[in-house]
Design a protein around this ligand. Structure first.
Ligand code: PMP
Ligand code: GLU
Length: 395
């Protein structure tokens, strides 16, 4: 806290995922053999056809500012992708390309939230939703869910949290951090509540769309009566291993897309031109091209669930998508292990870092204080070794 800084930033939490990754990096530089299972970042390289498109874009002299909301060709590729993969119809005026899905969500908070507006967050929620909302002077309203409902919000719990100030609902499916996937029927049941409250805009974060082991992905905007109330957020970070390339996008009601465009015009001037050209290639190709990564994540999920089952005190749901497991570790709260007293999930994650040299993220950052998040976007060797170490320090 520095009084010279704004209350806005002083009151803001540091991103727990990025903080843990930074800490792991720091310890590694000090010579510690840390296995990082904290960051949700594919360990694959970018597919060759995407790299080729980026190299070609440099050679073709793409260098200038792009349209603020993205190249017309990229918007067209996004429109085609939405139709092909999600059966969603959008026009170019409804699409905005941003510097990552994170910025897409920040734009939405900035253009939709007035001070005091409530943002409904079924927990566990992705770490940045609540602070992005707070920076926009919104009030996060956390709706707890537990392992017994597979960490999914029920229509009853959602409706009970709605007030006249409710302005936005944000969730991800597949979910970071729980890996839960809402079925079409489950989304329909939530939609039946939401249509009664047309002031609430639903932000459907579908960035893990392709990393889904159920074989089907449902989008809230597919329901005709929700289309005008929903913004679909997506991006290339996860499915194409393009986290550092920083491209995300939305499909939205036109007035919202226009507002995001206006916001970006003052804040970033739009996303990187080379990465935008590469994203055209990524999206124009069918998702089968990246199936090898999804298959690897499926294998790793099997591996990590098997290893977790051997560790006492870890209660885990079976994640259906993304690349995280989110075990409830409250069994260890109040216990002292190896001289360290563990009171909560943050203590537990720090204990694993200190004693097992394994970086995970506390569930507190995701609004679920009984859990920790373990990313399995890592090699099978690292997953096996990490879980072996965790088992050892807990036994
Ligand atoms: N939403 C979720 C659920 C995420 O896990 C992430 C992680 N990166 C993002 C959004 C942001 O992605 P991007 O890299 O496109 O900003
Ligand atoms: N989304 C990833 C995660 O949850 C990357 C880090 C971040 O953007 O916060 O780990």
């Amino acid at each position: 806290m520095n009084p010279k800084l704004s209350d806005r930033v002083n009151n803001m939490a540091t991103s727990a995922t990025l903080a843990m990754a930074a800490k792991a990096r720091e310890l590694r530089e000090e010579g510690r053999d840390i296995i990082g299972l904290s960051l949700g970042e594919p360990d694959f390289t970018v597919p060759e056809f995407v790299k080729d498109a980026a190299i070609q874009a440099v050679k073709d002299d793409y260098h200038a500012y792009t349209p603020v909301d993205g190249y017309a060709e990229l918007k067209q590729a996004i429109i085609t992708k939405f139709k092909r993969d999600n059966n969603l119809n959008y026009t170019p005026a409804q699409i905005v390309v941003s510097t990552g899905a994170k910025q897409s969500i920040a734009n939405l908070a900035q253009v939709l939230i007035n001070p005091g507006d409530e943002i409904l967050l079924p927990a566990p929620y992705w770490v940045s939703y609540s602070d992005i909302g707070k920076v926009a002077e919104g009030v996060p309203v956390i709706i707890p869910t537990g392992i017994e409902s597979d960490f999914k919000v029920t229509p009853e719990a959602l409706e009970a949290a709605i007030t006249p100030r409710s302005k936005m609902l944000i969730y991800s499916s597949p979910c970071n951090p729980s890996g839960s996937v809402y079925s079409r029927e489950e989304l329909r049941a939530l939609a039946d509540v939401l249509v009664k409250y047309p002031n609430i805009i639903v932000v459907s974060d579908e960035i893990y769309e392709h990393i889904n082991f159920t074989g089907s992905h449902a989008s809230m905007a597919q329901f005709e009566d929700m289309y005008n109330q929903t913004v679909t957020v997506n991006g290339v970070s996860k499915a194409y291993a393009m986290t550092g390339w920083r491209i995300g996008y939305i499909g939205a009601p036109e007035y919202i897309a226009r507002a995001c465009n206006k916001m970006q015009g003052q804040v970033t001037s739009g996303a990187n031109c080379i990465a935008q050209r590469a994203t055209i290639a990524a999206l124009e190709n069918p998702p089968e091209k990246i199936q090898y990564m999804v298959d690897a994540f499926r294998e790793r999920r099997k591996l990590i669930l098997g290893l977790l089952a051997e560790i006492p005190g870890f209660k885990t749901n079976e994640p259906e998508g993304a690349f995280y497991v989110f075990p409830d570790v409250s069994y260890y709260f109040g216990k002292t292990i190896d001289g360290v007293h563990i009171e909560n999930a943050s203590d537990f994650a720090l204990f694993l870092l200190d004693k097992a040299n394994v970086a995970t993220v506390t569930g507190e950052a995701f609004g679920s204080p009984n859990c920790i998040r373990i990313s399995y976007a890592a090699s099978e060797k690292d997953i096996t070794e990490a879980l072996k170490r965790i088992k050892e320090v807990l036994s």
